[in-house]
Design a protein around this ligand. Structure first.
Ligand code: HEM
Ligand code: CU
Length: 571
């Protein structure tokens, strides 16, 4: 049987027919679930808005569980599977390994997500995303998650298989492209992540049907966070790969140093699972040395990797722009970037938001002492909306504005509104993160539906400011959800109603042309050292931005320690 390919007339990419169909299916599932998850998020935020409080307690926990699982697991993973197939079969111009198993994986993921959704809807599984034991959920809640994970694992192995095929059939020269390397990083971490998930969720499922009598809650948390934290690193590796892809697509930018970028991805693989310890900083049972070693030494090597990407992605854009003559001052290259193109604006807001909000707050809250200030407060959702909503989700949205028209061969509908989408979602989410972090610093608890604790035996009130902040959070959520809804509408509208791009695609069994090795180019003129910072700074604007990040980080870090000291009323 000969594999069928089409060559995209707009991009030159080669699409293996079954790979194309699988990418489409996974992408559509992703968008549909994002719509559901975003709507649930709106209800969560409106409930936490004290003046609105739209849901009652039991509905709130149910909706919150649905929101967390549908967004962070289902939307993100469907999109990532589409991304893995794209980065292997399409970028390497080769056939996808075992497309039939790809459909099996897809079916398992759909069935698993549906099972978990039904369990949540039935009301007996409002255990939140983290599903800590001994809080029980229905057995089909756990089984659904397990089936979903098995599906995802199969897809990850199809990705590995496709890399092997590409190498065996020599569809590319040299080493795999950096974007594919980033996807490979995500896939390797995914294997570890899903293994942790199996180790903890399978016994929990057996516990839910009565085969196991007891699961130790501390052990549960330890292993669960091997899943919960590492999966966030899959997201980071994937969205960093998307940043590199978009820098190349929009600007023709080339990585400043492939070696450094690849080395940074390697750091993720080596050090990230260790950072899971930052979720156990207040847990008894694990020692202080263990906590401090893992979160304050080893974890910084993973943070270093993100800092490297945060430097080299805008740096490569700056270089590409300067080469085009946008060379005046520190920031002409950035001012004259295509801010009206949602592919670029979404990616850049994702990068800045991830660094300044998600990154700084993450490092600060990962310090054992400071963690006591904000543990289990609404600061935590503030932080991770900076990472997974603003960082990952917005990066995926930005890529979709380019990918969906290419994949479905249709023009984007509503291009004018599309320009606004990243701003609505990005700024709305950033504000949400700020307000939740602010309220959390004032102590507002996480996951408690009523911050006024109405009717409780002991009276307790937060500072008035905390109520205001939670109201502002609700308003920002409306803005973010508007942006999210706009994204979903434009994507679905484009797939269904978008104007067709040219004649229907023709597939042929001819082998696509070889992916040529990119010509090696030295940045910054003749010396060849400029790109390394020797002989003049090639990217002064990016360097200035990096110094600004450092400054914000130091100031914020010190403020938190000062605040911690002020709570210590012994002196
Ligand atoms: C505009 C869209 C969104 C809104 C309005 C929103 C709002 C919220 C709010 C207010 C909470 C905190 C609830 C609480 O603890 O009281 C929350 C929790 C959460 N959100 Fe979002 N969010 C949005 C998008 C996302 C996205 C895109 C993701 C993931 C990719 C995400 C993942 C989560 C998770 C995992 C939780 C925690 C659930 C739990 O505690 O079990 N959210 N969201
Ligand atoms: Cu973590």
């Amino acid at each position: 049987m000969n594999a069928l390919f089409r060559t995209c007339p707009d991009t030159g990419l080669a699409f293996h027919k079954p790979a194309e169909a699988l990418i489409k299916a996974n992408a559509i599932a992703a968008v549909v679930f994002l719509a559901v998850g975003g709507l649930l998020g709106l209800f969560v935020a409106l409930t936490r808005w004290p003046a609105v409080q739209i849901l009652d307690a039991s509905r709130f926990y149910q909706v919150l569980t649905g929101h967390g699982i549908v967004t962070l697991i289902v939307w993100i993973l469907f999109f990532e599977i589409a991304l893995l197939y794209f980065c292997s079969a399409v970028l390497l111009r080769c056939r996808l390994a075992t497309p039939r198993l790809g459909w099996l994986a897809f079916a398992l993921m759909v069935i698993g997500a549906a099972m978990a959704a039904v369990a949540i809807l039935q009301g007996g599984s409002s255990v939140m995303m983290t599903s800590y034991v001994p809080m029980p959920a229905a057995s089909h809640f756990y089984l659904g998650l397990i089936l979903f994970a098995v599906g995802a694992l199969i897809a990850v192995f199809i990705f590995f298989g496709t890399l092997v095929i590409a190498r065996g059939e020599r569809t590319y020269e040299g080493s795999i492209p950096l974007v594919t390397f980033g996807a490979l990083t995500a896939a390797i971490i995914a294997v570890f992540t899903i293994a942790c998930g199996a180790i903890i969720l399978i016994p929990t499922w057996l516990w839910s049907i009565g085969y196991i009598s007891h699961i130790d809650p501390l052990m549960y948390r330890l292993v669960w966070w091997g899943l919960g934290h590492s999966s966030q690193q899959i997201n980071v590796a994937a969205h960093v790969a998307v940043w590199y892809a978009i820098a190349a697509l929009v600007f023709g930018a080339r990585p400043m140093s492939e070696k450094v970028s690849r080395g940074a991805f390697l750091l993720y693989i080596l050090f990230i699972s260790i950072a899971s310890a930052h979720h156990l900083l207040v847990d008894p049972g694990v020692g202080t040395e263990w906590k401090i070693f893992n979160t304050s030494y080893a974890m910084y090597l993973a943070v270093l990797a993100s800092l490297v990407h945060g430097l080299t992605v805008p740096g490569s854009i700056e270089l590409a722009q300067r080469k085009k003559g946008l060379n005046r001052g520190l920031f002409e290259w950035l001012r004259k970037a295509p801010w009206g193109n949602p592919v670029f604006s979404g990616m850049f807001l994702s990068l800045v938001g991830f660094g300044f909000i998600g990154g700084i707050s993450g490092v600060v809250m990962g310090v054992e002492q400071i963690n006591f200030l904000i543990h289990n407060t609404i600061y935590v959702p503030g932080h991770f909306h900076g990472t997974v909503a603003l960082g990952t989700t917005l990066a995926f949205m930005a890529l979709s504005f380019w990918l969906v028209p290419v994949l479905f061969r249709r023009e984007l509908i509503w291009p004018k509104l599309a320009k606004w989408q990243p701003w609505l979602f990005g700024v709305g989410t950033a504000l949400q993160a700020f307000f939740m972090m602010g309220a959390g610093t004032l102590g507002v608890s996480r996951r408690h539906w009523d911050m006024a604790f109405t009717g409780s035996a002991f009276e307790w009130a937060y500072p008035a400011m905390a109520y205001t902040l939670m109201g502002l959070n609700g308003m920002s959520a409306v803005m973010a959800v508007t942006g999210g809804a706009l994204f979903v509408t434009i994507m679905v509208g484009t797939i269904v109603f978008g104007k067709r791009r040219g004649a229907p695609a023709q597939y042929s069994s001819a082998r696509p042309s070889l992916l040529a090795r990119a010509p090696i180019e030295l940045h910054g003129g003749s010396t060849g050292h400029a790109g390394l910072g020797i002989g003049g700074l090639a990217t002064p604007g990016t360097f200035a931005l990096a110094m600004f990040l450092l400054l914000v980080f130091v100031v914020y870090y010190v403020i938190n320690y000062a605040y911690l000291a002020s709570l210590w009323k012994l002196a």
